[in-house]
Design a protein around this ligand. Structure first.
Ligand code: PAF
Length: 283
């Protein structure tokens, strides 16, 4: 595996590969890699001639400076995993390389970005759109891979790709990877204390149980049941739980409203912000 530190290296290598008729799979990450990321890498390897994994803690998507400061950075371990997985290129740039000057672009991300994480993390999705649009422009991906734990993020990236004209990039959404006890894998899980780590799988347990509740209860009663069950667990505080149309991210009032319905949750476990989701309907 070759480590690329500059945009020009990335641009040249991937445009040459594309010119030679090869497909390029891009896996954007912020490092602190776990099996969730590695499942994206494996899929990218199976579906493309060449795989680029970017490892960059993108400052413009952090609305909380403390979260940016404490975000885990584990470059050596990340590179070892990527090498083992047979990745061709790891793109690991500095902040100055990506942002030689401030990125002042404001993306019109529309309704998909105006709910849930949108109001909770002002500027977050614009920062995601900034970095992902740069990565798309410089790595010329045939396909780009994103995990469904960040369910709303995928909708936002699809919107960014549409308005920024990346019509030839296939955006591939990949299922959530979970620990054996059900906790959705996340780079932030390492910040949980042992006690919090034991409690955190209850988020998925409550969500999974709520699929049964949804068969006999209204959308709003299902939401209330989930919130009250999770809030009754020590150290847990639900920030929001919203049952939404899986295409538009807008809240649904009725189970018959659409054929794709997903419940998206954010929970503080102590001071660690965890997100997860559950599908209620999918065609
Ligand atoms: O999901 C993430 O890890 C980040 O938001 C992404 C897509 C790599 C952009 O920085």
């Amino acid at each position: 595996m070759e480590i690329l530190r500059t945009v020009s290296q990335l641009d040249e290598l991937t445009s040459n590969a594309k010119a030679a008729g090869k497909s390029v799979g891009l896996v954007p990450t912020m490092g602190a890699l776990h099996n969730g990321h590695m499942s994206l890498v494996e899929r990218a390897r199976n579906e493309n001639d060449l795989v680029v994994v970017s490892v960059f803690v993108n400052p413009t998507q952090f609305n909380n400076p403390e979260d940016l400061r404490t975000y885990p950075r584990t470059e050596e371990a990340d590179c070892a995993l990527l090498r083992q997985a047979g990745v061709d290129y790891a793109f690991i740039p500095s902040v100055e390389e990506i942002y030689p000057e401030p990125d002042t672009r404001v993306f019109d991300l529309g309704p998909v970005a105006q709910v849930m994480e949108g109001p909770m993390r002002p500027g977050h999705f614009n920062g995601v759109a900034q970095i992902v649009s740069k990565l798309f422009a410089w790595s010329h991906p045939t396909r780009a891979y994103f995990g469904e734990k960040d369910f709303q993020q995928i909708a936002v990236i699809r919107r960014m790709a549409e308005i920024a004209g990346f019509n030839d990039v296939e955006i591939v959404s990949c299922p959530i990877k979970r620990a054996d006890d059900g906790l959705a894998l996340s780079s932030r899980n390492v910040r949980l204390t042992p006690e919090q780590r034991n409690l955190a799988p209850s988020i998925h347990r409550v969500l999974a149980d709520s699929v049964n509740i949804s068969k006999v209860a209204s959308v709003s009663d299902t939401e209330k049941a989930v919130v009250s069950q999770i809030n009754s667990i020590p150290q847990m505080k639900v920030e929001y739980f919203s049952i939404v149309n899986g295409y538009t991210m807008q809240p649904v009032a009725d189970w018959d409203e659409t054929d794709y319905i997903v419940g998206c949750i954010t929970v503080y476990c102590g001071d660690v912000r965890l997100i997860d989701n559950i599908t209620y309907r999918n065609k």
